[in-house]
Write a new protein. Structure first.
Length: 173
């Protein structure tokens, strides 16, 4: 159990510099919101649209908006990768309290084996998610070309009227 004063350390400080990684994260959030809108979806959409404006990039976030035209296949792969990233997980994702389940597994004599398995599976899922993010960065970098190296500051966002939004990963389930 964590002491109360340590709860603030569970959520990292928001970024102060905004590059392709922040654009990627905002894109994944908006693609997720397209399928299942969460609290503050409109704010995340506005943040994403603002970042796209700064990068001078038009990114479709659904099949309906992808349409036809230049880079349509890359846009489709980008959508598929973001959706695949969101599906990547373990059977234990979403458990807030699993004490009773863990006791039952211990009672069955498989608790320790289960914990080892969970640890191995979690490592594999984390590695898969990292590879998904790398692929998204590669695709975005290809679409952006020379603009992929651009990095914006909080002052740039403020000047453009862009407010940072709470990422989905920091919302309660």
């Amino acid at each position: 159990m964590l002491p109360d004063e340590d709860y603030a350390s569970l959520v990292p400080n928001p970024p102060t510099r905004f590059g392709v990684g922040e654009l990627r994260d905002a894109y994944v959030d908006v693609v997720t919101d397209e399928r299942n809108p969460r609290w503050m979806a409109a704010e995340r959409r506005a943040y994403f649209d603002g970042l796209c404006g700064l990068f001078d990039l038009d990114l479709p976030t659904s099949r309906q908006s992808a349409g036809r035209g230049r880079n349509q296949y890359v846009h489709g792969l980008l959508l598929d990768t973001a959706e695949s990233l969101q599906r990547t997980g373990t059977p234990w994702d979403g458990y807030l309290v699993a004490g009773a389940l863990l006791k039952e597994l211990d009672h069955l004599g498989i608790g320790e084996a289960h914990r080892e398995f969970v640890s191995e599976l979690r490592a594999a899922v984390d590695a898969s998610r990292a590879k998904h993010r790398e692929l998204l960065d590669l695709l975005l970098g290809g679409l952006l070309g020379e603009r992929a190296n651009q990095v914006f500051t909080l002052d740039d966002l403020e000047a453009a009227g862009i407010e940072r939004a709470v990422p989905i990963r920091y919302l309660p389930d």
